[in-house]
Design a protein around this ligand. Sequence first.
Ligand code: HEC
Ligand code: HEC
Ligand code: HEC
Length: 487
Amino acid sequence: MPTPNISPRSSFSRALVAPISASFRSAILCLGTLAATSSVVLADDNSDLVARGRYLATAADCAACHTAPRGGAPFAGGYGIDTPLGKIFSTNITPSKEDGIGSYSEADFARAVREGVAKDGSHLYPAMPYTAYSKITDDDMKALYAYFMHEVKPDDHKPQQTELPFPFSVRSSMAVWNLLFLGQDRFKPNPAKSAEWNRGAYLAEALEHCSTCHTPRNTLMAEASGQSLAGGSIGSWYAPNITSDKVSGIGGWSDEDLTQYLKTGHVAGKAQAAGPMAEAVENSLQHLSDDDIKAIVTYLKDTPAISSGDKQSRSDLGKPSTEAEAALRGTPGQEIGENGFHVFTGSCAACHQVDGQGNDHYPSLFHNTATGGDRPDNLVSTILYGLHRTVGETETFMPAFGPDASFTDRLSDRDIADVSNYVLSHYGNSAVKVTPTDVARIRDGGEKPMIVELAPFAGPIAVGVVVFVIALITWLALRRRSQPALG
Ligand code: HEC
Ligand code: HEC
Ligand code: HEC
């Protein structure tokens, strides 16, 4: 299925492909006999290739980052990705010769997508998920290139440029990072596993780049080794553990639940997709074939289980609260969470109901992974930013109560902390507590990795590291010498 957000398509592509095949045809006709048949084959081959490229671009969700929100031209860039380093703007990847990638050869394109190096040799920031795309096969790269060159509509505008503060403005530092963290291998099927498993692994690891969000990052912001899919913080949101662990991960979800989540972003009595996961479902996952979703599910159920130490699954926690209902009727309520209770009845209960049970249209706040986990990030972010997800013809919407909300809806950090604590203690994981400072931190893009906290000290630290390394080498050398020779 073609996707609505990625649709500068058919008539245009025919216009573009037709003259090419026509000129081919006349050239070949001059050559003689085989002409007619081979030109037809060539045109057909190309449209198949372009169609496959379109599907792959959807699976890889290129549009999510390369299209500016609220009606930006498809793939024309300008989407500002909040990273702990600052805002990184995506570039124009339409085939515009001036402002896009119109002058990229297939090799240039493959190098940018898989190695993070632009045609002019400058390094891209890993906000472009080339560490995952490095696994994309040569055949698929060819199809992607054909799609971008022959079907995407050129857009002659330069999007906003990325300007990160020093030292992150030094793009060449990414060369060192790549040396440390960029795998050079294309996807290799595991012969011990089924074809379906391997298809799922390829989709999840290479195209859908699930791990770029769901794997925790180390201090240098690379995916932590041995922690694949164990849960990662991405700005204001938290992408939970989706390893096969039965309690901490999705090992306890049925295949049907997982399929439904990936295709629609909603499983009643379990989980909803908000924030970046809503985008992944909306732009990419809902458009995959049933076989491909099944393959991803097969793969997910078979990843190495990693426990985060939870005692109970985050989707099983909590229950409806009759206390809330009682309080609403005027029974002396609990003293704690007085304000939380008022915010809840004023801003939330109309949809989620006073007992938190929800109804056919609105989810329950217990048995809900956003309230049952061991971190409040997704609960607080959903309150701050709301939720918006379009799947097929169905729009799912929860209003925002944070800085983007209208004046009458807007809640203060204190109100959001109070209502979060109210929700957590009545319906979710009561061990989790939220302070107004937590709300401000999440609003401000979440926890900063050490590398960012240390940035202002980059110079002194570099000197310190050099001194330390010299000292270490000297010490090792001395120790060697002072040890008796072995053997
Ligand atoms: C998670 C967000 C994200 C996704 C998904 C993504 N990109 Fe990017 N891409 C970026 C960002 C951000 C940049 C610019 C990075 C920089 O300036 O260092 C970029 C840069 C590029 C460039 C370099 C363009 C230039 O100006 O030289 C190419 C080519 C590219 N992306 C192609 C793709 C393709 C093809 C896909 C899908 C297979 C894709 N991108 C998916 C974020 C993304
Ligand atoms: C751009 C970041 C991003 C990408 C890419 C991504 N996810 Fe997610 N995912 C998230 C976030 C954030 C959540 C939490 C959403 C929420 O609770 O509203 C999430 C939630 C989930 C959940 C539900 C977990 C729960 O406990 O509620 C599943 C299952 C999941 N993702 C699977 C996947 C798979 C499989 C892929 C790749 C095909 C993927 N995700 C790609 C960010 C991402
Ligand atoms: C106008 C109706 C409406 C109001 C008001 C509303 N919500 Fe929601 N809420 C929704 C809808 C719709 C969803 C998403 C359902 C889905 O994804 O299928 C949702 C989802 C959620 C989720 C799950 C998010 C996730 O990432 O999984 C939480 C938690 C939540 N709401 C809490 C609240 C709180 C707290 C308030 C009050 C501050 C509130 N809601 C107000 C309609 C509403």
